[in-house]
Structure formats: structure tokens, C-alpha cells
Design a protein around this ligand. Structure first.
Ligand code: NAD
Ligand code: TYD
Length: 340
């Protein structure tokens, strides 16, 4: 049995990972450490909570005492670090918590992992550490890091710290850098769920700038299948890019959501651009495909419809979370972008 500390497992990708992996693997014992910030939701883990191979601890990855205690108590030998502040727009409103959680928190985990001699530490990262592309080209693992937002700068710092622990102490670290995820359980501040929910409410759809920024989309289950594979078979000290080669312009996604929900494009409202908005992300995932045999199972056209259906069928899930803190965030962010 592998005793794995999964951090941030109540968020979008982490909860999908835990729900998926407990079904796929019977040799994983998972301890989920999550602070339950606005983005963490235990409801996401309903199907896993009664599993005897799963336990939950509410706590902060920057709390070294707690982290060391958990390593000892659960004889942790493996770590998958999903925990992060994950939203670019929020990092523009205030960077401090991004530095604290993403950089200091990762460092606390790395120090504990060093002390308790873990057998594997997987740092979940993002393609945003590479910066922005022009019309041509792809990010490969050797593309120089050039993060532009406080979010991506904090993730790049954490990646480099993790890799430094491999180089300096020989810690068995692997880093994954994935493109934009979509799917069930994603917090509605991100593009796809925000557009679906606003459409369902007949609210305006705020498209930043000219709407022609490009992201490379991957269904969350494909990301998690890749994480499991790198966790199991990735070479230590290596970085693996994860992407499904599904580039889309933002405006095309917005139009697709509208079409699928039979709503008029009049809901679209172009708003003031995000400061420092990266133009294009696109991933070269040749390494994980050729070395580990991974490839995506889901194509965008089908999985986006599946995702829209999920939000239609799970209104209660998102209606509960778009109150309170989310409403004040939404008003703060979009009020100075002239969205009515
Ligand atoms: P999310 O915001 O949905 O979830 C983050 C989780 O981390 C939440 O449950 C939150 O409560 C928890 N958390 C935050 N601060 C914490 C702390 N100090 N201690 C313990 N727990 C804390 O994020 P997500 O979209 O699921 O992303 C997960 C990881 O994947 C992040 O590291 C992110 O950088 C990375 N990533 C995300 C994407 C994407 O498209 N969403 C793409 C590539 C990589
Ligand atoms: P987002 O989901 O925030 O992911 P990231 O910034 O990490 O790529 O945004 C995806 C793209 O959608 C990005 O180019 C910004 C754009 N966007 C909008 O146009 N309007 C919105 O309301 C949001 C949240 C994002």
C-alpha cells in the first residue's frame, strides 16, 4: 500500500484526481490535506469520503508543524502537491497569498519530504510558467521559464525549488506542467464554467480584450491520467508537459457555449483586457507521449458538451458556491472592466 499525501484535494483537479484514482488503484492510501479556501469544497469528494483508503485533514501546507506531524502519523512516502492559489485574475488583485501558498507552502512540503525520505514528490505545475507564445511555436520542457503573472511567477518559483531539491539532495522529484483544464467541479471564476453559468442566468459574458487569446484545453480526467502515469513511471528530476493539442480562441469557446445552450451572441460583452494578458499557450507533449505512452482519451468537441451538461445537471453545486465571497470577488473584478 502506498501512503500518499495529496494536497489541495478538495479543489477542482485534486478532487477529480482522488475520485478517479481511488477507483483505478487499490494500492493507494490517500491523505488529503486541504485548507478549504474559497476554492476547496468537500462536496466534491462525496463519492470518496466513505472509502477506508481515504482520509481528510483540514490544514494549511504552510504549517510546517502540521505537515511534519502528518508525515509521521501516516508514514507518508509519496506526495502529490496540487494545493495552490490558482487564479490569474485573483493574483493580479493581490499577490501575497500566491507567494505564501504556492512558494512557501511548496517549500514546507519539500523540507518535510526530505526529512522523511519520500520515495516520490510530484509537483503539479502549469504551462503558464513558460510565459506567452506568438502565433507560432509550442512550449516544450526546455523552453526557458518566463512567467508573466504573479500566479505563474509563484508556480515557476515552486517548480524551481522542487527541481533544486532533486539536484541538491537527490530527492525523487517529478514536475508536470499542464495546459488549461476544464470539466466537472471547476470553480466558476475560470473561463469555461463562468461562461456556462452566466449563460444559464442570461447574464453578460465578459470577454477580455479582443477575445483572440488562445489557450490549449485538456479535459481534467486526461490531466489526472497523466499525473498518475508520471507519478508511477516518470523519471526523477524530469519535467513532463501535459497537453491535448486542443488550441482554441476564447471567443470561439464562448460562442460554442452559447450555441450549445441555445442563447444569443448578444450576451457577449467585450471588456477591458486583463493586465499583462498572455496571448497564446500551446503545449508540445511529445515527451510524455513517447516516453510514457500517454495520450488524451477525450476530444474537445465531446468533452465540452459533457462539461456543459454537468453544469446544467448540478445547479445546486454551483448555486451554493456563487454566493458570499464569490459575489464580492466578481463585483470587484468586473466592476472596473465596465461589465453591466
Ligand atoms: P483550485 O483552485 O480549484 O484548488 C486548489 C485547492 O488547494 C483548493 O481545494 C484549496 O482549498 C487548496 N489550497 C489552497 N491553498 C492551500 C493551502 N495553503 N494549504 C492547503 N490547501 C490549500 O485549483 P485547481 O484548478 O484544482 O489546480 C490544482 C493545481 O493544478 C494547482 O497547483 C494549479 O496551479 C495546477 N494547474 C491548474 C490548471 C488549471 O487549468 N486549473 C492547469 C495546470 C496546472
Ligand atoms: P482562465 O480560465 O482565467 O485561465 P488562465 O488565465 O489561467 O489561462 O482564463 C482563460 C482565458 O479566458 C484567458 O485568456 C482569460 C480569458 N477570460 C475572459 O476572457 N473572460 C473571463 O471572464 C475570464 C475568467 C477569462
Amino acid at each position: 500500500m502506498k501512503s500518499i499525501l495529496v494536497t489541495g484535494g478538495a479543489g477542482f483537479i485534486g478532487s477529480n484526481f482522488i475520485n478517479h484514482i481511488l477507483k483505478e488503484r487499490d494500492d493507494y492510501n490517500i491523505v488529503n490535506l486541504d485548507k478549504l479556501t474559497y476554492a476547496g469544497n468537500l462536496e466534491n469528494l462525496k463519492e470518496s469520503e466513505s472509502n477506508p483508503r481515504y482520509s481528510f485533514v483540514r490544514g494549511d501546507i504552510t504549517n510546517a508543524e502540521l505537515v511534519h506531524y502528518l508525515f509521521q502519523k501516516h508514514s507518508i512516502k509519496y506526495v502529490i502537491n496540487f494545493a495552490a492559489e490558482s487564479h490569474v485574475d485573483r493574483s493580479i488583485l493581490g499577490s501575497e497569498i500566491f507567494f505564501r501558498t504556492n512558494v512557501i507552502g511548496t517549500n514546507v512540503l519539500l523540507e518535510a519530504a526530505r526529512r522523511y525520505e519520500v520515495e516520490r514528490f510530484l509537483q503539479v505545475s502549469t504551462d503558464e510558467v513558460y510565459g506567452s507564445l506568438g502565433e507560432e511555436g509550442l512550449f516544450s520542457e526546455t523552453t526557458p521559464l518566463s512567467p508573466n503573472s504573479p500566479y505563474s511567477a509563484s508556480k515557476a518559483s515552486a517548480d524551481m525549488m522542487a527541481l533544486a531539491f532533486y539536484h541538491t539532495y537527490g530527492m525523487p522529484v517529478v514536475v508536470t506542467r499542464c495546459s488549461n483544464n476544464y470539466g466537472p467541479l471547476q470553480f466558476p471564476e475560470k473561463l469555461i464554467p463562468l461562461m456556462i453559468i452566466n449563460t444559464l442566468y442570461d447574464k453578460k459574458l465578459p470577454v477580455y480584450g479582443d477575445g483572440l487569446n488562445v489557450r490549449d484545453w485538456i479535459y481534467v480526467i486526461d490531466h489526472n491520467r497523466a499525473i498518475d502515469l508520471v507519478f508511477d513511471k516518470g523519471r526523477i528530476g524530469q519535467v513532463y508537459n501535459i497537453g491535448a493539442s486542443q488550441e482554441m480562441k476564447n471567443i470561439d469557446i464562448v460562442k460554442l457555449v452559447l450555441k450549445n445552450l441555445n442563447k444569443s451572441e448578444e450576451l457577449i460583452e467585450y471588456v477591458k483586457d486583463r493586465p499583462g494578458h498572455d496571448r497564446r499557450y500551446a503545449i508540445d507533449s511529445t515527451k510524455i507521449r513517447t516516453e510514457l505512452g500517454w495520450k488524451p482519451k477525450y476530444c474537445f468537441e465531446e468533452a465540452i458538451v459533457k462539461t456543459i451538461e454537468w453544469y446544467k445537471e448540478n445547479r445546486k453545486w454551483w448555486e451554493r458556491i456563487i454566493t458570499g465571497e464569490y459575489q464580492s470577488y466578481y463585483e470587484r473584478l468586473y466592476s472596473n472592466r465596465s461589465l453591466q
